[in-house]
Design a protein around this ligand. Structure first.
Ligand SMILES: Cc1cc2nc3c(=O)[nH]c(=O)nc-3n(C[C@H](O)[C@H](O)[C@H](O)COP(=O)(O)OP(=O)(O)OC[C@H]3O[C@@H](n4cnc5c(N)ncnc54)[C@H](O)[C@@H]3O)c2cc1C
Length: 89
């Protein structure tokens, strides 16, 4: 792994002064990673309900995305979709 850092940040990265590692499932607020857990079939069967507007409320968030759900790309896609819904409504 250090070799990977060195590739991007130079030779000094091969001799770190400190090393920290975090287990996100032990984090009180994250409680796991790195996205919501959806069992098989949940998104394909019920995913559309996650992004269906409720009256004036429009839902964004990576779990509502149709691509890269659980990732930054999905978060961006969902935000753009929600903004389009609001602008066109
Ligand atoms: C440790 C970790 C590593 C990750 N690594 C990657 C990676 O390498 N690549 C990648 O693509 N994705 C990665 N992800 C996933 C990515 O970070 C998420 O998919 C993305 O941030 C989700 O964006 P979001 O806008 O849907 O939700 P969030 O980023 O969770 O934003 C929701 C926001 O709403 C706020 N909020 C919550 N409740 C309320 C409330 N009641 N009122 C007001 N505000 C509220 C929260 O504080 C938060 O700021 C990682 C996630 C984690 C946790």
């Amino acid at each position: 792994m250090l070799a990977c850092f060195a590739k991007y940040f130079g030779e000094r990265a091969l001799a770190p002064r400190q090393y920290a590692e975090k287990l996100w499932e032990h984090d009180e607020w994250a409680r796991g990673c790195y996205g919501a857990f959806c069992p098989p079939g949940l998104l394909t069967q019920h995913g559309a309900a996650l992004r269906a507007p409720t009256g004036p409320l429009h839902w964004a968030g990576t779990e509502t995305a149709t691509v890269w759900s659980g990732y930054i790309d999905g978060a961006l896609q969902s935000g753009e979709r929600a903004a389009r819904e609001i602008l066109s409504g």
